[in-house]
Ligand binder design. Structure first.
Ligand SMILES: CC(C)(COP(=O)(O)OP(=O)(O)OC[C@H]1O[C@@H](n2cnc3c(N)ncnc32)[C@H](O)[C@@H]1OP(=O)(O)O)[C@@H](O)C(=O)NCCC(=O)NCCS
Length: 159
């Protein structure tokens, strides 16, 4: 179970810290203060585990800005962060998540996302800034069906 992990909507004053971490990884960050984006920080008792965000397009969500501080990586916490954001997505009524990634396709596949064609995404997702231009054409598109994965989310790892 999530246990002592908490997901908290990101306050406006915390956006620069997220932007800095995204910029360090070469990930899109110039649009994070724009309307239609929601971000969360996921914390453990000893502090920040990482961030993640959603853009909502009807029943489909664009998962974005998943990033952990370097010292938190490769300890299973990326999975924790994505599961926490996925739970928020379910609570918001989303049925599917989509994402584009250049360097982390393997990570997302390990935690239940499957590869898709960009053209498989619904028009609103394809029209998002990430799909329309912020992410290069070489980025890998992945999706996750939330209805079929919710039950297994917390069970995958002991959190
Ligand atoms: C990508 C990221 C979120 C993964 O988090 P993490 O805590 O390091 O990953 P986890 O420890 O939960 O890894 C889960 C599995 O994915 C694998 N994995 C982790 N990062 C990976 C990557 N970039 N590519 C391929 N596989 C990866 C791990 O080896 C692990 O496999 P295992 O279960 O066999 O050990 C984190 O490394 C990060 O913040 N990277 C920089 C930002 C980034 O690239 N974000 C993605 C934006 S789309």
């Amino acid at each position: 179970m999530m246990g002592s992990r908490t997901a908290t909507p990101l306050a406006k004053r915390d956006l620069p810290a997220l932007a800095a971490l995204l910029a360090m990884e070469g990930l899109p960050n110039q649009d994070i203060a724009e309307a239609g984006r929601r971000f969360w920080r996921v914390d453990a008792p000893d502090g920040l585990l990482g961030y993640g965000g959603l853009e909502i397009y009807g029943p489909d969500g664009l998962l974005r800005s998943v990033v952990l501080p370097p010292e938190r990586r490769r300890k299973g916490e990326g999975c924790t962060v994505v599961d926490a954001i996925s739970k928020e997505a379910v609570a918001l009524g989303l049925e599917r998540l989509w994402l584009l990634t250049i360097g982390a396709a393997g990570f997302f596949e390990r935690i239940g996302f499957t590869r898709a064609e960009r053209g498989d995404a619904p028009p609103a997702i394809r029209a998002s800034a990430q799909f329309a231009g912020l992410c290069p054409g070489s980025a890998v598109c992945l999706r996750r069906d939330l209805a079929s994965t919710t039950a297994g989310m917390d069970g995958r790892r002991k959190l």
